[in-house]
Design a protein around this ligand. Structure first.
Ligand code: FES
Length: 704
């Protein structure tokens, strides 16, 4: 190369160099390691290579760039501009040739590894690097003199045009190749997975490739359908997991498998059927054919992981909770009985331990605690809380048997988060009067038009969902109705009609729609009619106890991990999962769900597991990253840790028996903590504490 050769500078990368005069901008970019997209391989069809040359004197770079330094647009580019459209300042890099010095900007949409920012999913920006890529090639037609097979000539074309070596193709592709070559006049587009496996072939130019990321929860299954070419999400949808009919919680489903021959097959069939339905819904919403889906990523807890893959989950039901595999699993989608492109593959993120699944791997990928300098706690709250604690030096994971209370089960008026459920609660400490908000209605319950809005929404007030139960117990504690030991103080019955005797204990009337409203929520027969304002809703002593047990299990799990790291505080807290995302951080801390932390550093993480699945769908690099991270995660099995019981009992108190709360106390005034010596003074509190501690021993026994 001489000084007479054109010099080109690409922005924003800043890469520069000289190339022989007449080199296409695309070839110049490739020779300088600049990332420019292309599907059609420079045939002027795809338009992915569009760049924006910049003209003028660039003193900073020491060159002058002018329109005449690029070749005139030829027929291919002019036709593309006319037929498809191209912004006036853009040129097709695959056909524009450098004949003088030039500065060329590569816009984000023309970069292969562009950053994807998804604010709607609360996902961190990540680099688009899909595992499946499309390449259009012209294959040399067969000829009697050189009788090679069509597949060999396809490999040759891909090697020459796309520098792809060591390619493989299975029978499905070989069968489809000859008709595609004939129909496309020896021009075909192939989908290459992982730079190695040809999984699909189409005649001519083809630019449609889609993927689906799925979070298989034990209650709901949620999915996103994305365009693998540009990373856009075209549809999102969710369905209930039909396995619920075999048992609400995971362990009851494992018990079903243990007690019914062929039970594993039934559960596998049920969840796969739901996955197939979800694929159909997503494709419908996105306006694509299912056969255009080329890649699936899945996350789920270990039992869902095993059942979707058709692996017997019973070893996960008892110690030592052995996983069939803790590696990522890849299978043809057709082997899962799902309808997508016949060559489509499914990638299941790796499980971490017997109780810590691929969903937690997804959470790690989305929240990146392994890259953080600050000590980060990520909690995915569900029937079984999955907990990750650490930073870029060490990362620990455990699961804790919280039980279904946070999801509304075991709560007298509990229900899933759905229209009509109380989700926000405030209680006036002076009058002990509550106000609340229900899902589906904007107004708070003390607004004059609340009843009207509830009637308009047609929701009624039907129960309390997880976030509501957290708030009401925390607010009752702040108002002094519930003691630090979790006892509803019956002495307050004299002060407020809201506190009522309920058998041998007391309850708090959170919602009373008035005379004629009939029975209370949770005690009314299912399907019984209710008036516009719904049911009478109580918070019973049993409800408070169920929440205490759940939150103590969660805290004890977190505390165990903190012990392992020899720390007393954490820097950041992320509350993930459908329920975690709804929890108010302040109320979570008042209740003692998570350790004391600066409130600004506690935030919801959305469906982080699903976001992790999406990142893995759109980034091969992310798959390699999570596989490496999972290998170094230190697993902690709460069921066999002797200190779990100890932490559990301490954590039964609200917010905690002994842990200091400096950050929380800066924001709210907590009721005085009972002195240790006085703990036994109230016989009811002591009885309650003993019962809860006994329950601790049972619930911490490894049940999920
Ligand atoms: Fe397809 Fe340029 S690479 S139009």
């Amino acid at each position: 190369m001489t000084d007479a050769d054109p010099q080109v500078i690409f922005t924003p990368s800043g890469r520069r160099g000289r190339v022989p005069s007449g080199t296409t901008v695309l070839d110049a970019a490739r020779s300088l390691g600049v990332d420019i997209d292309s599907v059609c391989g420079g045939r002027g069809i795809c338009g992915r290579c569009a760049v924006a040359p910049a003209f003028g004197d660039f003193a900073k770079h020491g060159i002058s760039s002018a329109p005449s330094h690029l070749s005139e647009p030829g027929e291919v580019e002019t036709t593309y501009r006319w037929e498809v459209g191209l912004a006036p300042e853009r040129r097709l890099a695959c056909v524009a040739r450098l004949v003088g010095d030039a500065v060329v900007d590569v816009p984000p949409e023309s970069q292969v590894h562009r950053q994807v920012v998804r604010k709607d999913l609360d996902a961190r920006p990540f680099e688009l690097d899909p595992v499946v890529r499309l390449h259009t090639v012209d294959v040399v037609p067969p000829d009697l003199a050189t009788p090679t097979g069509d597949l060999g000539r396809l490999f040759d074309a891909l090697r020459t045009e796309w520098r792809l070596d060591d390619l493989r193709a299975d029978l499905l592709v070989i069968r489809a190749l000859q008709p595609a070559l004939t129909k496309g006049d020896y021009r075909v587009t192939v989908a290459v997975r992982g730079g190695r496996d040809i999984i699909a072939v189409w005649p001519g130019y083809h630019d449609r490739a889609f993927g689906v990321a799925i979070d298989v929860g034990s209650t709901t299954i949620a999915g996103h359908l994305a365009n693998l070419v540009d990373g856009t999400i075209l549809a999102s949808a969710g369905v209930m997991n039909p396995q619920i009919r075999f048992g609400e919680d995971l362990m009851s489903r494992v018990s079903y498998v243990m007690m019914h021959e062929g039970g594993d097959r039934e559960l596998t069939d049920a969840v796969r059927k739901a996955l197939d339905g979800l694929l159909a819904t997503l494709a419908n919403r996105a306006g694509i054919k299912r056969a255009e889906v080329l890649e699936l990523t899945l996350v789920g807890n270990p039992i869902m992981h095993h059942l979707v893959l058709g692996i017997d989950p019973t070893p996960l039901g008892s110690a030592p909770f052995a996983l069939a595999t803790d590696e990522a699993v890849e299978v043809p989608v057709s082997e899962l009985g799902l309808h997508a492109h016949p060559g489509a593959r499914a990638y299941f993120l790796p499980c971490i331990a017997g109780h810590v699944g691929a969903d937690t791997a997804g959470v790690i990928l989305a929240e990146e605690p392994h890259l953080a300098d600050r000590l980060t706690l990520v909690v995915d709250v569900g029937t079984n809380a999955e907990i990750v604690l650490g930073d870029r030096r060490r990362l620990l994971a455990a699961s804790s048997p919280t039980g279904p209370a946070f999801e509304g089960a075991q709560i007298s008026a509990g229900q899933r988060a759905a229209p009509g459920a109380i989700e926000r609660v405030r209680i006036d400490p002076a009058s002990l009067e509550p106000r609340f908000r229900v899902i589906g209605v904007d107004a708070w319950s003390d607004a004059p038009d609340f009843a009207e809005q509830v009637a308009d929404a047609g929701t009624g007030v039907t129960g309390i969902c997880g976030s509501g139960i957290i708030e009401v117990v925390a607010e009752l504690y702040l108002a002094g109705v519930v003691t630090a030991d979790g006892v509803i103080d019956g002495a307050l019955a004299a002060r407020s009609p809201r506190v009522i005797a309920d058998g041998r204990t007391f309850s708090y009337v959170l919602h009373d729609p008035g005379p004629g409203s009939g029975a209370s929520a949770g005690r009314q027969a299912a399907g019984a009619p209710s008036d516009a304002l719904g049911l009478r809703i109580l918070v019973t002593q049993g409800d408070v106890r169920a929440i205490q047990l759940a939150k103590a299990a969660l805290y004890a799990g977190v505390r165990l991990l903190m012990d392992k790291l020899a720390v007393d505080t954490v820097d950041d807290v992320r509350l993930a999962g459908a329920f975690g995302s709804q929890i108010d951080p302040l109320h979570a801390m008042i209740l003692g769900l998570v350790p004391d932390c600066e409130l600004d550093h506690v935030r919801a993480a959305g469906n982080a597991a699903g976001t992790g699945a999406l990142i893995a769908l759109l980034s091969g690099e992310a798959r390699r990253e999570i596989e490496a991270v999972v290998r170094r995660v230190e697993k902690v099995e709460t069921a066999v840790e002797p200190r779990f019981q100890e932490h559990f009992v301490e954590a039964l108190a609200i917010p905690h028996r002994s842990a200091p709360n400096p950050n929380l106390e800066r924001v709210v005034t907590l009721p005085a903590r009972p002195a240790t010596a006085d703990r036994g003074a109230d016989p009811r509190a002591e009885r309650h504490r003993r019962r809860a501690a006994a329950a601790a021993a049972n619930s911490a026994g490894g049940d999920e």
